[in-house]
Write a protein that binds this ligand. Structure first.
Ligand SMILES: [Zn+2]
Length: 427
């Protein structure tokens, strides 16, 4: 009988199939497709010249939504060890992101009265782009970063960093060695952890009795509203609404007492948490309002999630229509950036050197390599000046202002910028 029930559920969700894996938060079996983006390689596996004749590993990029807790998620095909121990993403390469970190530091110091006797810990502290601002103010910090190559850069700039992943076990070791933290922060890491329960339990362990947690992560409501399907990639295991995050933190004894909506990464949330039993920090109105807004928008119904796939296919057709028209008119199109989201977009849409001659990236680690799967050459940004393309397709569309200002010289020969998301815009 059980099998029959299962079959019916599967049949009602055509062309999706039972995922064969369980929700990473509540362990319910996953059955409902959020979006199926086909097969895609890992987004940070840039191809070297000597690898061009070799095959590549592709994994399904199929996101499901949990029928029970509404967590949108991907299956874990690769361990975080494989992805993050040698990481090509250095936060400091984005000027606007470093500035965002500076403003955040000011805000936290003021709001929570941090000083030389406080302890700040950042999870996935990358190259120390954020903690350096606390260091400058004489506030003790500790970075917790699994990628040894980026952690080394942080230590060189004076940001003490321990190389490890955060979980229950490592959090006990860290708090024994360094004490507990008055501020535990993690930006763009919550979505990247496969074992979200172990991770949040680790944060709880690190937190001083009256300490504060802040985390920033892309908001699922914006992903859906603006069809940001390219932010779905294998390194990004979970896609988070406020309702889901509140439920996960509450399960681990952390109350979210405030939330802000930010413009970073296409629309993010910054949440503020404390121990559930901590008497400080009353829960702000904004928490209730955002919870209710998401509920009104249907985030606690499966229908809201089921509509997304058709929306994504429309964006794909629109982008291909633009590129086909441009090529038929003999125009030259190049890319700007080789971010993770570019990998999903290019692979899902089937865009290779037939449409983009090359792309450029400010990160020297990526220059001279090729985009995963689609094998588009990645050059230094100056290559655009030499090539004088008609169109520059900005792949990290969340940085379109910074990029279009920095490369404004393309106007000299009548070049124009294009962003693919939320719809094709030429400017
Ligand atoms: Zn679930």
């Amino acid at each position: 009988m059980e099998n029959l029930a299962e079959d019916r559920v599967v049949a009602s969700d055509q062309p999706g199939r039972s995922a064969g894996f369980a929700c990473r938060f509540c362990k319910a079996p996953l059955r409902t497709t959020f979006v199926d983006l086909g097969m895609s390689p890992l987004c940070q596996t840039h191809i070297r010249v000597d690898q061009l004749h070799e095959m590549e590993a592709f994994y399904p990029l199929h996101a499901y939504v949990c029928d029970q807790c509404f967590l949108v998620q991907l299956q874990e095909f690769v361990t975080p060890d494989e992805i993050f121990t040698e990481y090509a993403y250095f936060s400091s390469y984005s000027k606007s992101w470093v500035e965002h970190a500076r403003r955040y530091t000011e805000l936290m110091v003021e709001r929570f009265g941090l000083g030389p006797r406080s302890q700040v810990m950042e999870i996935a502290s990358n190259d120390g782009y954020l903690l350096q601002h606390f260091v400058r103010r004489g506030i003790p910090v500790l970075g917790i970063e699994p990628a040894a190559n980026v952690a080394r850069v942080a230590v060189e700039r004076g940001v003490p960093t321990t190389v490890r992943f955060l979980g229950r076990k490592s959090a006990i070791e860290i708090s024994t060695e360094y004490g507990k933290a008055d501020l535990v922060l993690g930006n763009n890491v919550l979505a990247h952890v496969p074992d979200i329960n172990d991770f949040v339990a680790g944060m709880k362990q690190l937190l001083a009795p009256d300490g504060v947690i802040t985390m920033e992560f892309p908001h699922l409501a914006r992903l859906i509203a603006e069809t940001q399907f390219d932010t779905i990639y294998h390194e990004h295991f979970s896609y988070l609404s406020f309702n889901v995050v509140e439920r996960i933190f509450a399960h681990h004894g952390i109350t979210l007492f405030d939330v802000e909506e930010l413009q970073t990464h296409g629309g993010s949330l910054r949440i503020y948490g404390r121990h559930a039993e901590c008497p400080a920090h009353a829960v702000a109105d904004r928490v209730k309002k955002l919870r209710e807004r998401e509920t009104d928008e249907g985030f606690l119904t499966l229908e809201r999630y089921r509509e997304f796939g058709a929306q994504v296919m429309r964006v794909k057709r629109e982008l291909l229509r633009f590129l086909i028209d441009a090529k038929e008119q003999g125009k030259r199109v190049v890319g700007y950036g080789a971010p993770g989201k570019g990998n999903t977009l290019l692979n899902y849409c089937g865009i290779r050197t037939d449409f983009l001659d090359f792309t450029v990236d400010a990160n020297p680690y990526k220059q001279g390599k090729f985009t995963p799967g689609t094998r588009i050459p990645i050059l230094a940004p100056d290559a655009i000046r030499d090539a004088r393309p008609d169109y520059v397709l900005i792949l990290p569309w969340n940085l379109k202002d910074e990029i279009s200002q920095g490369a404004a010289y393309i106007r000299e020969w009548g070049g124009r910028f294009v962003v693919p998301i939320p719809e094709v815009i030429v400017f």
